[in-house]
Design a protein around this ligand. Structure first.
Ligand code: PLP
Ligand code: ZN
Length: 472
């Protein structure tokens, strides 16, 4: 990419506007959520000539024997050399990213893959129960380096839970969380409340909360950790480093990830692009980003309007027209997968770049497909929340289309833990048709193919014994 201005930097890290025809650079000490010159998103970049990266990814294996050191134990910071924007003394870690990759032959069978070909990267096992901790540790570290005392976000739930946890565990900052009325799942809200975050509930929806948090942060000088924060994405790159680590540093064929605000897909693309440029991997995987059909802005723009990265010359008029149509038709995102229930994904342009870098593609899956996939993930021992199962449902769809071959190596990202949203799970397995309809039926879900229904029985020993014998 051509650079219009010479990099300004404190050390080796700097921020750079992603628009090639702007390319303005900024110090990492500046708190920015967009390029002040042109409004585009920013990247965190590094001058690798100043501090060369390790010559081989195997170099990181030496850290495995130093697990008693917090920065080696953290699944994010043991890769510090690949995201060196902060000095080690400023890093805030609570043991995030200790999440392994699992092969699941049960899920492989469901998806239509050969045994040994399908892997689940279980990010629900993070301290706050979602992948968001990978990004939060990085943004929080940046907030600390610039001396922030308060940090804020609006979120569909998991970002709030993560921010609240980092604040209360570190005692370094106060968390201020903006939520709309309704929608947020109790699992996620309960975390924010329990962790002591100042929780501002706005009489409005998520989009209203998002606008307000930006205004308020500006006025009160509060550090904003929402999805446009480029430092978060640096932390999220490490999810891919761990995938590579688990595969003995071999690149898989596919990474399949749910798409909401598109931070993860953007970060994954950057991770592979950088590793490839540095000569640390010899090929990049293909990237599949999966929308919920009820929140399918990326799918609509990418597949129906053919929107592409196009060397950074993104057709912004197509985006504007699409959003205007959404607005005038009163179309609002609606899916059981609340973590990806997003109308206007803030990292859209970065995601288009990631799709370009990784020969990617986009698909949408229905709530029915999501919940059936989620039940199969659960039945094979990996509980996840609905949004996460979009990855497995998407892999199944791509297998059916024969885009993915049965013996290719496919990694599906399970973004959040099952206990985040028990309502969705219980409603799927319920025997109560009214409850099923109230939660799922209104979203077009008509059947629970893999429901494990409670057996109702009188409080009577013989009846109970008979029920067990009949059902086992
Ligand atoms: C935030 C979130 C997503 C969406 O990720 P993006 O980076 O916004 O695309 C998906 N699943 C879960 C569980 C999440 O919390
Ligand atoms: Zn710019």
């Amino acid at each position: 990419m051509a650079s219009a201005a010479a990099p300004v930097r404190t050390d080796q890290a700097y921020q750079k506007c992603l628009a090639p025809d702007c390319g303005a650079t900024y110090d990492v000490g500046q708190v920015l959520t967009a390029c002040p010159k042109c409004g585009s998103l920013l990247d965190v970049l590094y001058d690798w000539n100043r501090t060369p990266p390790p010559e081989s990814l195997r170099w990181f294996e030496q850290k495995w024997s130093r697990r008693n050191e917090p920065l080696c134990r953290s699944g994010v910071w043991r890769f510090h050399e690949l995201l060196p924007f902060a000095t080690p003394d400023k890093i805030v870690t609570i043991g995030e990213g200790q999440t392994p990759l699992h092969a699941s032959d049960g899920v492989a069978r469901y998806v239509g893959m050969k045994a040994g070909s399908l892997f689940l990267q279980y990010e629900g096992m993070n301290p706050s129960g979602s992948f968001k901790d990978n990004g939060m540790t990085a943004a929080f570290t940046h907030a600390r380096t610039i001396g922030a005392r308060r940090a804020a976000c609006a979120s569909t739930g998991n970002t709030s839970a993560s921010l609240a946890l980092y604040c209360c565990a570190s005692k370094l900052m106060q968390a201020v969380i903006f939520i709309g009325s309704g929608k947020i799942s109790y699992g996620k809200l309960s975390q924010a409340l329990d962790y002591g975050a100042l929780t501002i509930q706005i009489a409005g929806d998520f989009d209203d909360a998002m606008l307000r948090v930006q205004e308020v942060s500006k006025q009160l000088g509060i550090y904003l950790v929402n999805s446009v924060n480029p430092f978060r994405l640096e932390g999220q790159k490490t999810i891919m480093y761990r995938v590579l680590e688990s595969l003995d540093w071999q690149t898989p064929d596919w990474i399949v990830v749910p798409g909401g605000n598109l931070g993860n897909s953007s970060a994954f693309g950057k991770a592979f692009h950088e590793l490839h440029e540095l000569g640390l991997i010899d090929r990049v995987p293909r990237l599949a980003v999966i929308n919920a059909a009820g929140a399918n802005t990326l799918d609509g723009l990418y597949n129906k309007h053919n929107l592409r990265w196009n060397c950074g010359q993104i057709d912004s008029r197509t985006i504007a027209r699409y959003y205007a149509e959404m607005e005038s038709a009163g179309r609002k995102a609606d899916t059981i997968a609340s973590a990806i229930e997003i109308n206007r994904p803030v990292n859209l342009t970065k995601c288009l770049r990631a799709l370009d870098w990784c020969d990617g593609l986009v698909r949408e899956v229905t709530d029915q497909q999501i919940l059936d996939a989620k039940a199969q993930v659960g039945a094979n021992g990996f509980g996840c929340e609905p949004a996460s199962a979009a990855s497995v449902a998407g892999a199944k769809l791509l297998r059916e289309e024969d885009v993915i071959a049965p013996s290719e190596r496919v990694v599906c990202i399970l973004t959040g833990h099952q206990l985040k949203d028990p309502t969705a799970t219980v409603s799927y397995h319920t025997t109560d048709q009214d409850e099923f309809n109230r939660v799922l039926g209104k979203r077009g879900v008509s059947r629970a193919a893999f429901a494990n229904r409670a057996v109702k029985v009188e409080n009577d020993l013989d009846e109970i014994v008979r029920a067990i014998q009949l059902n086992s």
